[in-house]
Design a protein around this ligand. Structure first.
Ligand code: SF4
Length: 474
């Protein structure tokens, strides 16, 4: 049984895409580690990278080439100063040289040495192969697959894994929602209690709290940055940042200096009914505008859907419970992470495999379940809220205009957050013991829908809005 940590589902990274940016970035770093393990790294004199399938078709808009370069240079997506990215890339493009893992200077012209192939690899739509020539003339290569949410696998390892009988397992292994519910019911515990027990088998409490604190800090900063940044997003679509204007209207003349003060300032504003929707949308838009401009966000479960979870958590903090504290944030993230892992195990969190239901749909389900627990819902209602949220995203296609993670992606986060809140409210008002559609059934349905979905709606920009509206229309 797959052992997925909350911190596999919620990762700090750089926008705009987890599968097309974070994944290829991490693959580059993994290739370096592999070369070092095989004592070949020092002998590399030239590098070429092949991108396949969806990575190629939407790779330029999703900054896959930039991510590959940064990975090959050895930068860490969690710690890189994002304000330096464009100058690093400009220098490499101009000099046609790259400092491999920040150690060896190799000639590298991104225009000719990153190759965008339309062909799809059988194993997964997001394939990439790194090639190197060594000092003795030998040529070697290594292939990786970015399977969504920043996860990267090697085909041979994945196949071997399927044969393994020994897996690292949590004390309470969970493959399906029914497993999770069973632990909750037999032990009379909340979903977050079960998830925390499992997480404790991987790391101590101090480490868990530290990581959750880091995640929330990045989420809060991404909302704050997005709400305080004016202008137009990069990429040529001329999308105007909207969070700034909406935020200005909502916050009025409040004075604050830090993101934490900002939370208090929002709590102090008199939020009227209509403004609740505007605040939630504003938080979600803010994160995804930061994401679209290669800023730092938390992959939750993907970058394209990074705004839903922070927006719903912030809704709880500034609307529902002004006394919310770190314990609430921790509880929320534990539940959200576990719900996300159920979708990863039973279906997919990759838009290249399942369309946007796998991104916004999953993030909305994660947020709905997590909010429901904070609002006092039972484990049955937590799962029901997640089910409702996904049920109304089933079949949602991925069709980003110009391959950029902007339209429809940014607005879609606002819609996913609002649906999550509504799903929570409906579940709280329902006797969940009599749910007609269990969460496991909706996960199965999502996976079957993913398999039936035409490839043109799976992050290829070959269908839907992506062909109806072009860069020249904008
Ligand atoms: S349409 Fe959805 S899945 Fe596709 S890139 Fe945008 S947010 Fe991601």
């Amino acid at each position: 049984m797959e052992c997925i940590s909350v911190f596999d589902m919620l990762k700090i990274g750089v926008g705009p895409s987890s599968s097309h940016t974070l994944g290829p970035w991490r693959a580059g770093r993994r290739w370096i580690a592999e070369l070092k393990e095989n004592r070949q790294f020092e002998s590399v004199i030239s590098i070429t990278v092949d991108l396949f399938g969806s990575l190629s078709l939407t790779g330029k808009g999703h900054a896959t080439d930039i991510a590959v370069i940064l990975g090959l240079c050895g930068y860490d997506p969690q710690t890189i100063d994002v304000s330096t990215i464009s100058s690093i890339i400009d220098t490499i493009r101009t000099s046609k040289q790259l400092k491999f893992n920040n150690e060896i200077l190799v000639s590298f012209d991104p225009t000719s040495q990153i190759i965008f192939n339309r062909e799809f690899k059988e194993f997964h739509p997001n394939g990439m192969t790194f090639h190197a020539t060594l000092t003795d003339g030998k040529k070697i290569d290594s292939s990786f697959y970015s399977i969504g949410g920043g996860f990267v696998v090697k085909e041979e390892r994945k196949r071997k894994e399927k044969k393994l009988t020994e897996f690292k397992e949590f004390p309470m292994p969970i493959q399906k929602a029914t497993d999770l519910l069973n632990y909750c019911q037999t032990q009379n515990k909340k979903v977050s209690d079960i998830v925390l027990e499992n997480e404790r088998s991987l790391r101590d409490d101090q480490e868990i709290d530290h990581r959750i604190d880091q995640i929330w800090t990045v989420m809060l900063e991404s909302m704050y940055t997005g709400c305080h940044t004016e202008g137009t997003l990069p990429g040529g679509l001329n999308v105007r940042r909207r969070a700034y204007d909406t935020h200005q209207k909502l916050i009025g003349s409040a004075v604050y200096n830090t993101p934490t003060d900002w939370i208090e300032a929002i709590r102090d504003t008199e939020v009227k009914f209509r403004q609740i929707l505007k605040w939630v949308s504003c938080f979600a838009l803010a994160v995804n505008e930061v994401n679209a401009s290669l800023g730092r966000v938390v992959t939750a479960p993907t970058n394209g859907s990074a705004g839903v979870i922070p927006a719903v958590m912030m809704y709880y903090m500034v609307i529902e419970n002004h006394d919310a504290n770190f314990d609430d944030i921790k509880q929320f993230m534990l539940v959200a992470g576990e719900i996300g892992s159920l979708f990863k195990k039973g279906a997919t969190i990759s838009a290249a495999m399942g369309g946007c239901q796998a991104e916004i749909g999953v993030s909305s389900a994660m947020a709905a379940g997590a909010l429901t627990e904070l609002m006092g819902g039972t484990p049955e209602q937590v799962l029901m809220a997640s089910e409702i949220a996904m049920e109304h995203h089933l079949g949602l296609t991925c069709d980003p205009i110009a391959g950029l993670v902007q339209v429809p992606c940014i607005e879609r986060n606002a819609m996913g957050a609002i649906k999550a809140i509504n799903a929570c409210e409906m579940a709280l008002d329902t006797d969940a013991a009599h749910a007609k559609v269990p969460l496991d059934k909706v996960i199965e349905t999502m996976w079957e829908t993913a398999q039936d979905m035409n490839t043109k709606y799976k992050e290829t920009s070959e269908g839907g809005l992506a062909v109806k509206v072009s860069l020249s229309d904008c």
